[in-house]
Design a protein around this ligand. Structure first.
Ligand code: AMP
Ligand code: ZN
Length: 457
């Protein structure tokens, strides 16, 4: 058995991972708020924790790992989207949830064992809040229920801050009914036009943090092994989860190993919806960047380092994967991954090291081990993906560049015949051509037939 070592944010050291129960290794990862397409940054924790999930399944057995990732389907951003669009909330959340699953599936992410939705756990949240009030950790004020941070001496330990630091550093909402400015909402009142549930404190809806405490308790128990998410969640979200869970269930330890991925960046800034510097996973897929290429680019950087997405990295990844697939397809069956790859991943998910080991396998022409290893890393299924069976230069991204160039030339020469025949051939292959002054976008439609693109090389 390989010794797995993981960097634990709680202790700020790399620790040997020992599960509470090797028969049931338990991991909880905070999932998306479902009101829009996932941006590329949102995919990073999905891929990182998918690699860990695969490693744990390999070490402990697929039936001995429980991975839970939630969907936040009650949130003010969702309410705002419904108000803007006039669409029912349930329709927005159902559609976005499916988009998320489709897009993450395209990146080779396995589905977790459970994907609870917050709205399915409202009674459990209410029960937990009642318990917190009864034990003096929470109080009711003007229809709200707030967690009293001063009631929990360890508040701030995960992120290494004191309550006073937090007050000084944070832009906290200073509501008159809060005893301490850092006290956070467990429950808040809803107006008739907003989603709400009956509760001992009137009709209302939960604050954000309580859902993860309630759902992890229901599905994994009062103590479990790993809790993950992006490092932007460390404070306040994870700090608040710890306070709620440890006070509601003092008999347990909540999560023992805390793992946080660094941010995907755009020009040095976190990719986020609020900064507007984002593109979605679907944008990339629609531009013809294969999911395996996106995954490979992610794996090339260690999860605790910030990373940028660049077109250059994607081109390099595609080249490497094409070469590996050509070898791996000649390998046989399914089987254990290369030991050195397991060793690399066991060292705090050294995915870049794992990729380097794959290069070694490729140089040594060890095609069967390469095949098994690529399958283990989620970079290959039973067969070579469709896109890699086509010659290079026939990817949609490259064809979009080509059409763009041909069109610019045509504008000069006034001879549009080449651009027109390229467009006709793309239409014949089921690709929608969207032209704008910024360039060309090629969007595969339902009848997309990649094999028809071969002649366009
Ligand atoms: P959200 O829907 O914003 O709550 O985010 C869902 C998940 O994506 C959380 O685990 C976040 O930490 C993570 N996340 C958001 N933005 C980024 C980013 N730019 N890079 C990496 N992870 C991110
Ligand atoms: Zn959470």
């Amino acid at each position: 058995m390989t010794t797995i070592r993981l960097y634990n944010t709680r202790t700020r050291t790399k620790e040997t991972f020992t599960p509470l129960d090797p028969q049931n290794v338990r991991m909880y990862v905070c999932g998306p708020t479902v009101y829009d397409r996932a941006h590329l940054g949102n995919a990073r924790p999905v891929v990182v924790f998918d690699v860990l999930y695969r490693l744990l399944r390999h070490e402990y057995g697929a039936d001995h790992v429980t991975y839970v990732r939630n969907f936040t389907d009650v949130d003010d951003k969702i309410n705002a989207r419904a108000a803007q669009t006039g669409r029912p909330i349930s329709e927005i959340t159902a559609e976005t949830t499916q988009w998320f699953l489709d897009d993450m599936g395209a990146l080779g992410a396995l589905e977790p064992d459970a994907m609870p939705r917050a709205t399915q756990y409202i009674p459990q949240m209410i029960r937990m809040i009642e318990g917190l009030i009864a034990s003096g950790h929470a109080y009711e004020a003007e229809g709200h229920v707030l967690f009293a941070v001063e009631s929990y001496a360890e508040y701030g330990q995960l992120s290494g801050r004191t309550v006073d630091d937090m007050i000084a550093g944070a832009r906290v909402e200073v509501a008159p009914y809060k005893r301490n400015p850092m006290d956070f909402v467990l429950w808040k009142p809803s107006t008739p036009d907003l989603p709400g549930w009956d509760s001992p404190w009137g009709r209302g809806r939960p604050g954000w943090h309580i859902e993860c405490s309630a759902m992890s308790y229901e599905l994994l128990g009062e103590s479990f092994d790993i809790h993950g998410g992006g490092n932007d969640l460390m404070f306040p979200h994870h700090e608040n989860e710890i306070a709620q869970s440890c006070c509601a269930h003092p008999e347990g330890k909540f999560a023992r190993y805390w793992l946080h991925n660094e941010m995907l960046q755009v020009e040095g800034k976190k990719m986020s919806k609020s900064l507007g510097n984002f593109f979605t996973v679907r944008d990339l897929l629609d531009q013809g960047v294969p999911g395996e290429v996106i995954r490979f680019v992610f794996l090339s950087t260690h999860y605790r380092k910030p990373m940028d997405w660049t077109a250059e990295k994607a081109r390099e990844a595609e080249k490497t994967l094409r070469k590996w697939y050509a070898q791996a397809v000649q390998g046989v069956g399914t089987g254990d991954p290369y030991d050195s790859v397991k060793t690399a991943l066991s060292d705090d998910l050294n995915t870049a090291g794992a990729i380097a080991e794959c290069h070694q396998l490729s140089h040594a022409d060890d095609i069967t081990t390469l095949r098994h290893t690529l399958q283990f890393l989620g970079l290959m299924g039973d067969d070579v993906p469709e896109w890699a069976r086509l010659p290079e230069g026939t990817g949609l991204g490259e064809l979009a560049d080509k059409l763009h160039t041909v069109r610019l030339q045509a504008m000069q020469s006034k001879d549009f015949s080449q651009a027109d025949s390229l467009k006709a051939a793309l239409a014949d292959a089921g690709v929608e051509v969207r032209m704008s002054k910024d360039g060309v976008e090629l969007v595969p439609g339902p009848d997309f037939d990649p094999s028809k693109l071969e002649t366009l090389k």
